[in-house]
Design a protein. Structure first.
Length: 967
């Protein structure tokens, strides 16, 4: 029985308040109690026992029927409790031994409740059906009970980041189904247990893929018996312990191994040569040990991205031959290793190389960066070597080279740039805001989409990423995208924000995560534990370049901001022995609940009002510069859109809705109506009016006027019947875009942009070029729209303006992002991304896949269509001749060059597209209306085009008509 429903019944009953009704009410309540006792009494008692030791239990944990009342965090099957998931809810207290009664339990997740402490009761071993046991990020202490080895069905065991002491119980070796074993970041001591005849050990865990034991005080040797060729381990993380002795040869038998961290122990002896057999290892960390013998030969480990062998006692060695042969190497850390000789310049020409930390060796002669050094290179640290000369390849490489402590700096050259230690601080990153920032109440935060809300917050720790260059914005964008799409599957998420990446003392890459709620200002309790579980159970899998991770959530207190402690209510109920007492308690909690809900509603209303009025005062303070744009009254626009009727609604976005309208003179218009409290602040409204009333070009959308009346802000445009390019690419609009049509759309958009950059005075940078901002008219002429973020480049001849970074992820120019210097070339980058979107019909950034990277990786110039068939949108007409396709790809790639200087100007882009069109057999200057482009293959169809009847449709291309329903 739902409490809300009960509320309603009580309210309704109270309205009929006469003595007869009171009797009726009591009878009703008794019925409710009797009927709803759905939970097995033993489970109900056990949960109440757990709850009695906890503070901050979820607000509906009241009464004695957890299953019947849908207690937050509890799921049941057939009256039995099968899962308890209470991540991040701020629970305080200890874990009751009565948990043993819940013997149907399959999942227990108490992660990220820092207030949970004390020991794990041995009785937990009775939960014979348990599959997931997740206690990461609490404050549990004491020994891990050996009874944990009785949980025969356990698949996922995560005890990391607590304060457990004692040793790893050998009985864990009995958990033959175990897939994930994480005990890292505790205070565990003793040795790693292995089996011997009559006792079990971890070597028996042949199904397990993860041994995560780092950051403990484990001692003894790594037993040779621990590894064998049946094992499926992919991550072996033993770093930051006190392990001694040599690395066992048996490790070389674990063929699936991908990540090996043995760093910061006291390991000695030579590295076994068969480590070279581990051809899947991408990250190898052996640093800070006492390893001896020859510097290991890694030439067989071709998957290596990250190698750190610093601070060991290897024999003096010449520059090893594998130095410049590992094709995926991003990070080479070899500090204090007695390596001598000249550094091969080939090392720096690896495309992926980002960081070379080679301090404290005996590299000598000339440091030659070569001419084709890696564009990803961020740092070469060669402090304290014997280098006496430097040759900077092509004069171009000007990022971090540190040569302090080399002869070249000691010979009076101390004022050379690379003879100083510049502040090597980690490049800051913070997810940009896609709008004009607005002020938030002090306890809320601003989301990247500019909503004030309470974010769910925590820190992601990547234990062994494949990269070290933290200045590459793309990496964060990929992660944001992957996180958002994973979380959004289960929780209404507006956006995620990443901040403050840094390498922590345990050599993890830590990044702060904030997850913002969609549509409301805070997550509810269910959202919160669901978010926690997605991260604690590793349901979220980051793109592989990030490697293994763990997450530590902060308790989400906003669920309790308006909820007074529910504990006393619950106890009232438990104590109340008679049905009457319980009924009274129900009545009381009912009232409390109603009052609580009312208060909450009022608060939310108050907030949205304040934002709305802020937007209004701001915009009315500055009247936009008007030339040519007409001012409409609210009344006029209301009339012409049929009172903003649903039938006229042709689209919406974060700013509000777009309506079709007909002006008095019969002209069709699109009216963009900002939502009350919209994120598109007054500033953008003014920008768009000012800019659009100055520019006129057939490839730019025309502004017919605006309305700033009765607290409403609206922009009135010419009506562009075929909607956005995005809709056509996704098949939604019913227009099939073959190769020639796509070229024509690209040309139109390019001409519009070239006009803005080169003919408008002053030049204008659009800043938000993307497929949803390119509109198509009924002859498929492209029209660039949405100038809300556009920026004039003043005439102070710098050629750039320094400005806060805005734009849309996936299209955003990384150079602009990093330097904050905006030039026309930032639009060229976005346009390049658009060119790629036009041929692939894929979102540029989706589920960790970034179109630019994907294309670069897949492209093979020796193959037909550069080998890109798989990436292309089949509707482009695969199988027909795509004349000029390769030149088109070349052009797109030039537009997305890393460095803006290498990108072409828009006028050059226009010329090149015109050339390509000739190759495709179209006359670029023919009017598109006459050029065989109008309605090919159009069929009479009863279907309704969302933007009216003017468009040309072709459903034969593939997209099922059902998607064409009007909104
Ligand atoms: C592994 O490496 C050793 C020594 O490096 C070599 O003799 C052996 O053949 C390799 N084994 C396999 C299965 O590749
Ligand atoms: C660099 O060191 C190596 C090995 O110590 C030596 O043979 C070589 O002559 C040195 N080269 C220079 C240019 O000093
Ligand atoms: C940034 O990272 C992406 C994704 O890993 C990669 O493709 C790109 O080459 C990197 N860019 C630079 C300049 O390192
Ligand atoms: C939790 O993790 C396990 C092991 O990875 C997986 O099998 C299971 O599906 C996950 N559960 C959920 C609900 O995601």
């Amino acid at each position: 029985m739902d409490l809300l429903l009960l509320d309603k019944r009580i309210n309704w009953s109270l309205r009929l308040m006469n003595p007869g009704c009171w009797v009726f009410l009591l009878v009703l309540l008794i019925q409710v109690l009797v009927i709803s006792a759905e939970t097995d009494p033993q489970d109900a008692a056990a949960l109440n026992s757990l709850a009695s030791l906890w503070e901050n239990t979820p607000s509906n944990w009241i009464g004695s029927d957890p299953c019947g009342n849908n207690w937050v965090g509890i799921s049941c099957t057939n009256s039995r409790v099968i899962s308890i998931t209470l991540s991040s809810l701020g629970l305080i207290g200890t874990l009751s031994g009565d948990i043993q009664s819940l013997n149907e339990l399959q999942a227990l997740d108490l992660s990220y409740n820092k207030g949970l402490n004390g020991g794990i009761p041995a009785s937990i071993g009775s939960l014979s059906k348990l599959v997931n046991l997740i206690l990461v990020g609490c404050s549990f202490s004491g020994k891990i009970p050996p009874e944990i080895g009785n949980l025969a069905r356990l698949v996922f065991l995560s005890l990391n980041s607590n304060s457990f002491t004692g040793s790893i119980p050998e009985t864990v070796g009995n958990l033959s189904k175990l897939y994930w074993l994480d005990m890292a970041d505790n205070k565990l001591t003793g040795t790693i247990p292995v089996s011997d005849g009559n006792k079990p050990g971890l070597d028996l865990l042949t199904h397990c893929k993860h041994f995560h034991f780092g950051v403990n005080q484990l001692s003894g040797t790594i037993p040779s018996k621990l590894f064998n060729s049946d094992m499926r381990l992919i991550h072996v993380l033993f770093d930051n312990n006190n392990l001694m002795g040599s690395i066992p040869r048996t490790l070389g038998l674990v063929k699936p191994l991908e990540v090996l961290r043995l760093d910061s122990n006291s390991l000695s002896g030579p590295v076994p040569s068969n480590i070279n057999n581990l051809t899947k290892v991408a990250e190898l960390h052996l640093a800070n040990n006492r390893l001896t013998g020859p510097l290991p030969n890694l030439s067989g480990m071709t998957a290596l991205s990250f190698v750190d062998m610093s601070n060991n006692s290897f024999d003096a060695s010449d520059v090893p031959p594998w130095f410049s042969t590992l094709p995926s190497l991003t990070s080479l850390y070899l500090e204090y290793l007695k390596i001598e000789g000249q550094l091969p310049s080939a090392l720096f020409s690896f495309p992926p190389l980002q960081t070379a930390k080679l301090r404290g060796n005996q590299f000598n002669g000339t440091l030659d960066i070569g001419t084709d050094y890696s564009s990803s290179l961020e740092l070469i640290d060669l402090r304290d070597n014997d280098i006496s000369q430097i040759t900077l390849g092509g004069g171009g490489f000007d990022k971090g080279i540190i040569l302090v402590g080399n002869p070249i700096c000691n010979q009076g050259g101390t004022d050379l740039r690379y003879c100083k230690i510049s502040q090597q601080s980690t490049p800051a990153y913070s997810t940009p805001q896609n709008c004009v920032p607005i002020p938030c109440p002090s306890d809320e935060n601003l989301s990247p989409n500019c909503h004030c809300a309470y974010p769910y917050t925590g820190t992601l720790y990547f234990r062994s990423p494949s990269f070290s260059g933290l200045g590459n914005v793309t990496i964060y964008q990929i992660l944001e995208d992957a996180l958002k799409s994973s979380l959004l599957k289960q929780v209404p998420v507006d956006s995620v924000s990443l901040q403050n990446p840094f390498v922590d003392p345990d050599n993890n890459l830590a990044i702060t995560l904030q997850v913002f709620p969609g549509a409301k200002d805070r997550f509810n309790e269910i959202d919160v534990y669901t978010l926690g579980f997605i991260l604690s159970n590793q349901t979220f899998k980051p793109p592989s370049l990030f490697g293994p991770y763990y997450f530590i959530g902060e308790g989400y207190s906003a669920v309790r901001v308006m909820a007074p402690s529910s504990k006393s209510n619950r106890q009232n109920v438990i104590i109340g022995a008679s049905v009457g007492g319980a009924a009274l308690a129900f009545l009381l909690t009912g009232f409390v609940f109603v009052i609580r809900r009312r208060r909450k509603t009022r608060k939310v209303e108050g907030k949205s009002q304040s934002i709305a009025s802020w937007g209004r005062t701001k915009s009315s303070s500055s009247v936009p510069l008007l030339k040519g744009a007409r001012s409409f009254t609210f009344e006029e626009l209301r009339k012409c859109t049929n009172n903003f009727s649903e039938a006229n609604d042709i689209g919406n976005g974060s700013y509000g809705k777009v309506y079709r309208g007909i002006l008095g003179d019969g002209q069709l218009v699109a009216v963009k109506r900002a939502q009350q409290g919209s994120t598109q602040g007054g500033l953008e409204f003014n920008t768009e009016i000012e800019l659009l009333s100055r520019v006129h070009h057939k490839n730019l959308v025309t502004l017919a006027g605006f309305c700033n009346d009765q607290g409403e802000q609206m922009l009135v445009y010419e009506y562009v019947p075929n909607g956005t390019l995005k809709e056509s690419l996704s098949g939604k609009s019913g227009i099939r875009l073959d190769w020639k049509r796509r070229l024509r759309v690209a040309l139109g958009a390019a001409r519009g942009l070239a006009y803005l950059h080169e003919l408008a005075d002053p030049p204008i940078v659009h800043r938000d070029i993307k497929s949803t901002n390119i509109l198509l008219d009924d002859h498929l002429n492209a029209k660039v729209s949405d100038f809300g973020l556009s920026k004039p480049l003043g005439d102070d001849a710098k050629g750039y303006v320094t400005t806060q970074v805005k734009g849309t992820m996936g299209y955003l120019d990384p150079e602009y992002y990093m330097t904050q210097q905006l030039t026309e070339k930032s639009d060229v980058y976005s346009f390049g991304v658009l060119l790629l979107e036009i041929i692939t019909a894929k979102k540029p950034l989706e589920r960790g896949r970034y179109i630019v990277r994907e294309l670069r990786v897949m492209m093979d110039k020796r193959k037909d269509l550069y080998g890109l068939h798989e990436l292309l949108d089949p509707a482009i007409g695969l199988g027909t001749t795509l004349g000029g396709f390769e030149k088109y790809v070349d052009l797109a790639i030039k537009c997305v060059e890393e460095s803006s200087n290498d990108r072409p100007a828009m006028s050059e882009v226009v010329k090149e597209i015109e050339n390509i069109m000739q190759l495709a057999g179209i006359n670029p200057n023919a009017d598109s209306a006459s050029a065989s482009l109008s309605c090919i293959g159009s069929r009479s169809s009863p279907l309704h085009h969302p933007y009216g009847n003017e468009g040309c449709f072709d459903y034969s291309g593939g997209q099922p008509p059902s998607e064409l329903e009007p909104k």
